[in-house]
Design a protein around this ligand. Structure first.
Ligand SMILES: [Zn+2]
Length: 112
């Protein structure tokens, strides 16, 4: 996995200076513009994938049902690739080929 460095044009606390990978737990470390650091495991990131498929579109009739949520395997939580999405988010390609989640910086900051 590559280390992503961000050139900061809009200096906000929600802009990472850099995102690097860490080994224990396997995941990423985000260095935020405000000086704080955040570590997120790949497992957490995969479980919290914000795409419509994973989060499911809960219907008002049966809010418990998430019919489309794919089953996760060991492979599912292996990050194959990390990439930037515009200037506001990052994405991952997972071991099972899933790559439609767009993790905005705001979303990442709220995960812990
Ligand atoms: Zn997803």
């Amino acid at each position: 996995l590559t280390i992503l460095a961000f050139s900061v044009h809009n200096r906000s606390v929600l802009t990472p200076k850099a995102i690097s990978t860490v080994e224990n737990p396997e995941g990423i470390k985000i260095q935020w513009e405000d000086g704080s650091e955040q570590v997120l495991s790949f497992k957490t990131l995969r479980l919290e994938c914000p795409c419509a498929l994973c989060k499911g579109e809960r219907t008002p009739f049966d809010p418990q049902v998430l019919p489309m949520a794919p089953r996760l395997t060991e492979q599912s939580i292996q990050a194959q690739e990390m990439f930037k999405v515009g200037t506001y988010a990052i994405g991952f390609r997972w071991g099972d080929g899933h790559d439609s989640g767009i993790y905005t910086f705001e979303y990442l900051k709220d995960l812990s």
